[in-house]
Design a protein around this ligand. Structure first.
Ligand code: HAM
Length: 452
């Protein structure tokens, strides 16, 4: 035993390989080349929908004052108290890397006096957010949100339109989702409910059964006991009073209208009395978008599937942050989770099929093809090349790899004859055509209108 111990001390510390030393941080992800084809369609779908519903793009800094999130997201929320990356910068300012996009947009709305614009003001942002969470599949420490917000609109139509956008977004990507929805009322009616909830948890030792986090939540934010993901807490909450029974008339009326519109628009939803959301600013409608239950999902606890998107109404936040009273609502989608879903389900993506590959043999042909490449690119053809390669075989391999539809081949003979070969990459057939007629020949084959 002693011998072993001595050996351990004498052993030189293992040198860390520089490859490991400089590996990326836990919970951070590189997005490599091929994955971008998924990102591109997600981003396109999101921005197209934002345009359809008249949302304008906005970007705010990733670094903001720490107290923005402490006040807006909430000092006692997990996001701010446990997960946020914050530090004191070189000027001594307390700053934070954004854990979510909404507070920055609220700040921008107030700071740029957007209450002077015709209301409602609809905006969307797209970018990274950071949370020091325990990494797992679909949960990263840097992730990307597509975020939409409406400021200055109290009508339930705004809530419904947001849910509709979320629903259209996912169905457009062929992802089956279910909307989980609840109302958490306003400050007044929630107060009454929370009192009843606390009484419920105090009865017959239920409180002692809760997980460690919920024991703390019981004191700080009892509402959050309802959406804990631990089995013990799920069991205890089963008979808890439901907030829906405590809504005041105005909140009840608002929520009923939201549900009526959803019914009318044929949007399937699930009334979920345990949905309360983990951020402080919400009131009235809250919702999450879950992927439709699959065979391998956790039966007992559907909430364990991570939400693809989430949002709700936050009518008091703008005023709470120093602005004029402004009702508002919004939602955020986790782009990595959407991309994961598309890949997981093998959802077919329409790839660009009309690439024209330009191949050459010999230096003189290469020069001519390099010029042709630029001309064709300007005329709107989707051209590709591998001009640094000499062998035709290697060039055709490249053309196959990118699934080119046609390859144009220019060798010595064609150069002398003023012709060029058009090779159909699927059938392998080749045809000699007049070099001057390349564009019209290709347009004919691609059923493309000729560009003037
Ligand atoms: P959230 O529920 O914290 O809400 O996040 C919204 C979405 O971001 C989640 O549904 C999920 O898809 C994605 N997400 C969150 N954390 C991670 C993570 N660690 N890794 C990968 N994806 C993640 C908000 O952030 C609110 N600002 C939404 C909102 C906008 N409410 C009103 N307006």
């Amino acid at each position: 035993m002693q011998k072993k111990f001595a050996k351990k001390i004498i052993e030189k510390p293992r040198r860390q390989k520089s490859r490991d030393k400089y590996s990326r941080l836990r919970g951070m992800k590189d997005i490599l080349f091929d994955e971008y084809k998924y990102w591109d369609i997600v981003v396109k779908k999101a921005t197209d929908l934002a345009a359809v519903y008249s949302y304008k793009r906005i970007e705010t800094p990733i670094l903001e004052r720490l107290d923005l999130y402490e006040r807006a997201t909430g000092k006692d929320t997990d996001i701010v108290s446990k997960e946020m990356y914050s530090f004191i910068d070189k000027s001594g300012d307390r700053v934070a890397i954004r854990p979510e996009i909404t507070p920055g947009l609220v700040r921008a709305y107030i700071e740029h006096g957007m209450f002077n614009l015709p209301q409602p003001v609809k905006m969307f942002a797209f970018g990274p957010a950071f949370r020091h969470e325990k990494p797992q599949s679909g949960r990263y420490r840097q992730f990307t949100q597509f975020d939409l917000e409406i400021f200055g609109e109290e009508s339930p139509i705004a809530d419904v339109q947001l849910i509709l956008i979320a629903y259209n977004f996912f169905s457009g990507l062929q992802i089956n989702v279910q909307i989980q929805i609840n109302s958490i009322g306003c400050k007044e009616c929630r107060q009454e409910y929370v009192k009843k909830l606390v009484e419920f948890y105090k009865e017959r030792g239920k409180r002692t059964k809760l997980c460690i986090d919920c024991k703390k939540r019981f004191l700080k934010n009892p509402l959050r006991l309802l959406d804990c993901k631990e089995d013990v807490c799920i069991e205890v909450r089963e008979d808890a009073p439901q907030i829906i029974d405590f809504l005041c008339d105005a909140c009840k009326d608002h929520f009923i209208k939201v549900l009526e519109y959803l019914d009318e628009m044929d949007i399937p939803y699930n009334l979920n009395p345990f949905l309360v959301r983990g951020l402080d600013y919400y009131n009235r409608t809250v919702f999450e978008v879950w992927s439709q239950k699959e065979e391998d999902d956790d039966e007992k606890n559907p909430a364990r599937q991570s939400a693809l998107g989430a949002g709700g109404r936050y009518d008091d936040l703008v005023e709470f942050m120093g602005g004029r009273p402004t009702p508002a609502c919004g939602f955020g989608i986790g782009v990595e989770r959407v991309v994961m879903k598309i890949k997981e389900k093998n959802i077919p993506i329409k790839e660009d099929e009309d690439f024209i590959f330009l191949a050459q043999l010999g230096d003189q042909s290469r020069r001519k093809m390099m010029k042709l490449f630029e001309e064709m690119n300007r005329s709107g053809f989707k051209v590709r090349q591998a001009f640094t390669k000499d062998s035709l075989k290697a060039q055709l391999e490249e053309a196959n790899k990118i699934k080119a539809r046609y390859t144009l081949i220019l060798g010595q003979k064609e150069l002398m004859d003023g012709t060029i070969l058009i090779r159909d990459m699927e059938s392998g057939t080749q045809e000699v055509v007049d070099y001057k007629k390349i564009n019209s020949e290709l347009n004919k084959r691609l059923n493309r209108e000729e560009k003037q």
